[in-house]
Design a protein around this ligand. Sequence first.
Ligand SMILES: [Zn+2]
Length: 124
Amino acid sequence: MINCRDCASALNPYLDRELSDEDVVQVRSHLEACGGCLHVYQFEESLRRLVKVRCRQQGAPEWLRERITVLLADVEGFSYNDIAEITNVKKGTVMSRLFRGRRLLQKALVDQARSAGFAGGKQS
Ligand SMILES: [Zn+2]
């Protein structure tokens, strides 16, 4: 049987259904025997349920959508049309997210360069 430390490090993979069948049996039998670990497991499970419900209600924030759009365009090299298909939005939405996302990235890079002493000029 696994100990509490092994159980603790297996809990997230267990909840993510990433363990082998053999490890699942080990974790389950430990949880049946150990009240402390069962309590942690129940807390983690209810936290995940809460996150799932909240994510369904609110969706991803716009800044994250903009960031993903910039990554798809500038890092992965997808076209506007590809990104529109991947993210299930219109091409115009892709273009406006790219515009806003790149501006945010530019501002973050300038701020970082200034604080590292690399860039002068006026503050924006
Ligand atoms: Zn335990």
